[in-house]
Design a protein around this ligand. Structure first.
Ligand SMILES: *[C@@H]1O[C@H](CO)[C@@H](O)[C@H](O)[C@H]1NC(C)=O
Ligand SMILES: *[C@@H]1O[C@H](CO)[C@@H](O)[C@H](O)[C@H]1NC(C)=O
Ligand SMILES: *[C@@H]1O[C@H](CO)[C@@H](O)[C@H](O)[C@H]1NC(C)=O
Length: 290
């Protein structure tokens, strides 16, 4: 074998490596937002297919439309079972993307089923620290105002809706802790439920990517997409200064210290645009999948 054929073989191997790099990703699971279904996430799934053909994609059809208002735990259990089956089918690992409520469901699935094999998790404008704004609720409850919504949501009935499950009224925290069946648990804010598994499911990720932005207009405060939230004085406290991070209640600090937590802020994007804008997919989703 002469020197040139060695170089050719080497170049061919490099080509193969790069080609495969651009080829298919590990399987991708996608979870839609509230009051929509899998069709709303097709721009993302189509773009992944186009750029990385043969990537297996599972765009969940569960809890579409009105059924997306069913309690969070119920959705976590059912979609979580699908995620576990997909995990089992792809032992080398999978990717998980959730938009809006779907990103909060996705995160709770990771914590509830720490035996998953999700590599990269992307939360696309999701109320990870809760929601205290009625913009998107007006479709369902036209007369609802923030200040009194707690009366509805912090009740047994209100907890039968997904939105009630992550309603986080900074002025009625006692009621939040008393009634809310979901968010204080997944955020490990309640001693009773101090469950180290809730950390394992996140700290085993290769990467967690939190995307949000100041012009979202629906997620309130928008920093909730980055685990920031109001104190009882309507001041938004950054994730790094909140106990969920400082006490490493769910593993955010661990991920951050290992440079596995990406916080991405994109201005100029309304809530209804994140999953409809191809440039968002190209710039902020594709680079974090593998
Ligand atoms: C959770 O449990 C651990 C160990 O049992 C303890 O160190 C930690 O303070 C507890 N966290 C909370 C919020 O109670
Ligand atoms: C509440 O916010 C106001 C205005 O930002 C500030 O002057 C005040 O000191 C804050 N109070 C507390 C207890 O943080
Ligand atoms: C799409 O996203 C890009 C940023 O990635 C932004 O500049 C552009 O204005 C967005 N387009 C729409 C229609 O929102």
């Amino acid at each position: 074998m002469n020197r040139y054929s060695v170089i050719h073989i080497f170049l061919f191997l490099v080509y193969l490596l790069l080609y495969n790099e651009a080829k298919q990703y590990h399987a991708v699971v996608i979870i839609h937002g509230v009051l929509t279904g899998s069709d709303s996430m097709e721009l993302i799934s189509n773009r992944i297919q186009e750029m990385h053909p043969d990537t297996p994609i599972y765009n969940t059809v569960r809890f579409a439309g009105w059924s997306s208002l069913e309690p969070m735990w119920q959705q976590v259990e059912e979609i979580g079972m699908d995620v576990l089956s997909i995990s089992a089918a792809f032992p080398e690992g999978i990717n998980l993307i959730g938009y809006s409520q779907g990103g909060l469901l996705a995160r709770a699935i990771l914590q509830r089923f720490p035996m998953h094999n999700v590599r990269n998790f992307i939360s696309l404008s999701s109320p990870q620290a809760g929601q205290y704004g009625t913009r998107f609720l007006h479709l369902i409850f036209p007369d609802l105002v923030c200040e009194t919504a707690y009366e509805l949501f912090y009740s047994r009935l209100g907890q039968h809706t997904s939105i009630g499950n992550y309603w986080n009224d900074p002025h009625h925290q006692e009621l939040y802790y008393k009634y809310s069946k979901f968010l204080p648990f997944v955020n490990n804010e309640i001693n009773l439920f101090n469950n180290s598994d809730y950390k394992t499911g996140l700290t085993k990720l290769k990467r967690m990517i939190l995307i949000g932005g100041p012009d979202d207009g629906v997620i309130t405060p928008w920093q909730s997409s980055h685990f920031g939230y109001y104190d009882n004085n309507n001041t938004v406290i950054d994730m790094h200064d909140r106990s969920i991070y400082k006490d490493d209640a769910i593993g955010l600090k661990t991920l951050d210290k290992q440079s596995k937590l990406e916080i991405i802020t994109v201005p100029g994007i309304h809530h209804s645009e994140w999953h409809k804008n191809i440039s968002i997919v190209d710039q902020f989703l594709l680079p974090y999948l593998d």
